[in-house]
Design a protein around this ligand. Structure first.
Ligand SMILES: N[C@@H](CCC(=O)N[C@@H](CS)C(=O)NCC(=O)O)C(=O)O
Length: 414
């Protein structure tokens, strides 16, 4: 259903997908476009040749204008330009309702969001070309595959557990939904590119406490911070906090609401949004919603995974402790450049206008960490600095910040 872009006269308003053949993130969108029966023009970006960064190549310069972070996929639908596969798929889902990609049932939808995010935030960023290049150069080329296999293995163990009570013919039943669009390219890559032994994926069994809403959190975690803000906004009674290890991938946050256990901040926030409609976290306008999805995904897939404790520990041990902060600053800087461009025409008092929405929940803890933990020079990011100040006026945000959590060490409290 794709036609090749170069040399073909441009058809106005035809969907354009900037893609790379082997990119699993692009593949998710290609599946969505195919399922929805949408024609699109294929704009190839050669990631391996580093084409997206070439200053001499006009197509690359055009592409970097669309997505300064330099990642595929990017979708252009007339004037609407969206980077990030999840944001693109959410947009396609709302604009083109044929072949729904989200199930009607809330719990099944939450499972889909979780599966998608395990792939997009906890597996794929760690197998990205720039990470593999770094490991190959700074550690050893032989370390690349074991590194990727380790992270895919962890993610797949979490997926096995998540899906075991829901899967049918496909990931969450007998119909193809969002989760499948993320899983299929990831499994394909694990087998064909990273040679993963699929027979050895474990599945942790977890006892689920059956009562109130519980948030498994860690004081300094920016991912948990996003959910703490959502809980604060939606009402203090929701935020009963308790700590325990629950999620086989070992990441916080995990939310327990009776029988429903959800890990992954995005999935949790989407669940809270649908179950507890007070203080909506998504705007009515589709385009504004898509900006929110993109901002959230830039933080959750293209910044935060690179500052995760595991990756810092690895760099500290295998490269040098002095390399940790420059590595994190580099990735935050790239992500903030993308956010600055994304938000410049939409921001008001907050990230996407004068009301607090999803984007703010992701942006606030990320800026807080960049400044307080990673010592990032914010002079190039006046918009983000201004947002940071605005967040400091809001109790829901301040009460969710690392300094004020029950497990914050005494010397870190403020
Ligand atoms: N969260 C983004 C991630 C995009 C991403 O990382 N894309 C990869 C290809 S799958 C890429 O462009 N990598 C280029 C690089 O590592 O330099 C999405 O889902 O679209």
């Amino acid at each position: 259903m794709a036609s090749i872009g170069s040399g073909v006269e441009e058809v106005p308003n035809k969907l354009k997908l900037y893609s790379y053949w082997r990119s699993s993130c692009s593949c998710r969108v290609r599946i969505a476009l195919n399922l929805k029966g949408l024609e699109y023009e294929y704009k190839a970006i050669n990631l391996v040749k580093g084409e997206q960064f070439s200053p001499a190549d006009l197509a690359a310069v055009e592409f970097r204008k669309l997505n300064p972070i330099g990642y595929v996929p990017v979708l252009a639908d007339g004037d609407v330009v969206i980077s990030d596969s999840l944001a693109i798929i959410m947009y396609l889902e709302e604009k083109y309702p044929q072949h729904p990609l989200l199930p009607r049932d809330l719990q099944q939808r939450a499972i889909n969001y979780q599966a998608a995010n395990i792939v997009s935030s906890s597996i794929q960023p760690l197998q990205n070309l720039n990470v593999l290049k770094y490991i190959g150069e700074k550690v050893s080329p032989d370390e690349k595959i074991p590194w990727v296999q380790h992270h895919i293995g962890n993610g797949f163990a979490a997926l096995e557990k998540l899906l075991k009570d829901y899967s049918g013919k496909y990931a969450t039943g007998d119909e193809v939904f969002l989760a499948d669009l993320f899983l299929a390219p990831q499994i394909h890559g694990a087998i064909n590119r990273f040679n993963l032994d699929m027979a050895n994926i474990g599945d942790g069994v977890v006892e689920v406490p059956k009562k109130k809403l519980k948030l498994y959190s860690f004081w300094r975690s920016s991912c948990a911070g996003r959910v703490r803000i959502a809980l604060n906004l939606k009402g203090p009674d929701l935020a009963v906090v308790e700590f325990r290890k629950l999620n086989p991938i070992g990441h916080v946050p995990v939310l327990v609401d009776g029988d429903v256990v959800i890990s992954d901040s995005f999935a949790i926030i989407m669940y809270l949004e649908e179950k507890y409609p007070q203080h909506p976290l998504l705007p009515h306008d589709l385009q504004q919603r898509v900006i929110n999805y993109q901002a959230a995904s830039i933080v959750s897939s293209s910044i935060q995974p690179f500052q995760n404790m595991q990756i810092q520990k690895y760099i500290g041990e295998k490269v040098s402790p002095d390399e940790k902060i420059p590595w994190v600053q580099h990735h935050i800087g790239n992500g903030f450049t993308a956010l600055k461009k994304l938000l410049k025409d939409y921001s008001g008092k907050y990230a996407t206008g004068d009301e607090v929405f999803l984007a703010d929940l992701f942006v606030a803890p990320q800026i807080h960490g960049a400044i307080n933990r990673f010592n990032l020079d914010m002079t190039e990011f006046p918009l983000l600095s201004r947002l940071n100040e605005a967040y400091q006026e809001l109790p829901a945000f301040q009460d969710a910040m690392p300094e004020k959590q029950p497990d914050t060490p005494l010397q870190e409290r403020r």
